[in-house]
Unconditional design. Structure first.
Length: 78
C-alpha cells in the first residue's frame, strides 16, 4: 500500500456511514494499481462515537462475514 491514501464519504445517514479508502497497491517499482476498500461505520445515535461495523476489501469481501464463517467452521469455544 502506497501513498497517497484518500478517504471519501460514500453515504451517511447519521447513524450509519460508508467511507471509501483509495490507495495505490504497489507490487514492485514497475507495477502498481489503484485499489479501494470501504469502511462501514455505525453508532447508536448522532451524539455517540462511531464504531467500525465492517471492512470491505478491494474485491468486495466482508471482513465480518469472513470472521463469522471461520468461527462457524473452526471455532468450538476452546
Amino acid at each position: 500500500m502506497g501513498k497517497p491514501v484518500e478517504f471519501a464519504t460514500v453515504s451517511n445517514s447519521g447513524t450509519e456511514a460508508a467511507v471509501s479508502m483509495t490507495y495505490p497497491f504497489i507490487l514492485n517499482k514497475g507495477h502498481h494499481e489503484q485499489k479501494h476498500a470501504t469502511i462501514l461505520l455505525q453508532r447508536k445515535s448522532a451524539t455517540e462515537c462511531w464504531l467500525i461495523g465492517d471492512l470491505k476489501g478491494p474485491r468486495g469481501e466482508s471482513l465480518l462475514e469472513n470472521v463469522e464463517a471461520w468461527h462457524k467452521q473452526y471455532g468450538n469455544g476452546s
